[in-house]
Design a protein around this ligand. Structure first.
Ligand code: GLA
Length: 424
């Protein structure tokens, strides 16, 4: 709401602003009406960790094949991922055969998916999980497999017939922005027409942005989540640029997130190779603050117990999945960008606060803040109980309205806190 009223500028008369806010509440924030993604979607997606590995001869364990997904499905159940909330097992690019079948339908590569996607969906469902698949709005996927351009209805029906539960719809190889916009809308309508509940994961704003300002009201009406920025890589630089982009653009995007539709800063790369322990904590904490879909892209067959505990931390997941469904934001950057304070309103008047130490030199640094500055001045009025959730769970106790709170944070790390009016 703030976004809209700020955009109206100085000349906005009070009555007009109020009308705008009422209309915004009624129409503007409407989400795709498919009843799905009431909280951010959680699952596993193959792309960052397994990319487009087609070589099952040389690398049978890491090529994109039904075996990979069946193994992940088993582990998602046996190793507690499903119980922690990770429900959608998602295939990304490179699952298709190079050509459509004789009836113009997409088909899985017969060598790598010999039993077909329908069979895989049944298997995944038998484990109590859901299956996600990938396609592209243009005439080819980003990796060059058949695109869905001019095939939206038939492809949506094929996915529904197979029992698919989520579609990640990419935006490569499209001729113009009108086709991009129409394509994303038409696929949404086509999915709806099938009558099957299919989460619709878009990259529409990301592909639109270089040419035209995305219309997030429209994006939210057609998509359950949407990528705004570059692909995540397994590196600190990548995580940092995603966070920088998000804080620099928060006035444009934060208010559009809510039950049914979410900004998607891309996959969690926790448990891989590129992030230090503190950096993995930062990704988990900030993805919770941002109300981000939580799609892990890692190898569940080989993951450290530390990374597993972080990804399955129920208190952090509870922040990500908070039913109020409001995305957090960067409250301030301090001491010449040495620290950042982020916060997110939660249900029951609680708040989540994340303090980042941005320095890449030195040791742990202290940052002290007055609690009155948090949660729009109400989080600790007249007082609050504060629990540190990351890097370790610690009950910090009661803080009155005039208290200060001292945090000590490792370089590139984050301290994640939960502020509550009443102790549970
Ligand atoms: C794009 C997307 C990625 C991934 C690849 C697959 O780059 O943004 O998330 O799906 O395509 O080719």
């Amino acid at each position: 709401m703030e976004l809209n009223s700020r955009d109206q500028g100085q000349g906005c008369k009070l009555a007009l602003c109020s009308l705008t806010l009422v209309l915004w509440g009624v129409f503007g924030a409407r989400a795709l009406d498919n009843g799905l993604a009431r909280t951010p979607t959680m699952g596993w997606l193959h792309w960052e960790r397994f990319t487009c590995n087609l070589d099952c001869e040389e690398e049978p364990d890491s090529c994109i094949s039904e075996q990979l997904f069946m193994q992940m499905a088993e582990l998602m159940v046996s190793d507690g991922w499903k119980d922690a909330g990770y429900e959608y097992l998602c295939i990304d690019d490179c699952w298709m055969a190079p050509e459509r079948d004789s009836q113009d339908r997409l088909q899985a590569d017969p060598e790598r998916f010999p039993s077909g996607i329908h069979h895989l969906a049944n298997y995944v469902h038998s484990k109590g999980l859901k299956l996600g698949i990938y396609a592209d709005v243009g005439y080819k996927t980003c990796a060059g497999f058949p695109g869905s351009f001019e095939h939206y209805d038939i492809d949506a029906q094929t996915f529904a017939d197979w029992g698919v539960d989520l579609l990640k719809f990419d935006g490569c190889f499209i001729d113009n922005i009108q086709n991009l916009e129409d394509g994303y809308k038409n696929m949404s309508l086509a999915l709806n027409k099938t009558g099957r509940s299919i989460v619709y994961s878009c990259e529409w704003p990301l592909y639109m942005m270089p040419f035209q300002k995305p219309n997030y009201t429209s994006v939210r009406q057609y998509c359950n989540h949407w990528r705004n920025f570059d692909d995540v890589y397994d590196s600190w630089k990548s995580i940092n640029t995603i966070l920088d982009w998000t804080s620099s653009n928060q006035e444009k995007i934060v208010d559009f997130a809510g039950p049914g539709g979410w900004n998607d800063p891309d996959m969690l790369v926790i448990g891989n190779f590129g992030l230090s322990w503190d950096q993995q904590i930062t990704q988990m904490a900030l993805w919770a603050i941002m109300a981000a879909p939580l799609f892990m892209s890692n190898d569940l067959r080989q993951i450290s117990s530390q990374a597993k505990a972080l990804l399955q931390d129920k208190n952090v997941i509870a922040i990500n999945q908070d039913p109020l469904g409001k995305q957090g934001y960067c409250l301030r950057k301090v001491n010449g960008h040495k620290f950042e304070v982020w916060e997110r309103p939660l249900s029951d008047l609680a708040w989540a606060v994340a303090v980042r130490n941005l320095q890449e030199i030195g040791g742990p640094s202290s940052y002290t803040m007055s609690v009155t500055s948090l949660g729009r001045g109400v989080a600790c009025n007249p007082g609050c109980f504060i629990t540190q959730l990351l890097p370790l769970k610690l009950e910090l106790g009661f803080y009155g309205w005039t208290s200060t709170l001292k945090t000590r944070i490792n370089p590139t790390g984050t301290v994640l806190l939960r502020l509550e009016q009443k102790r549970a």
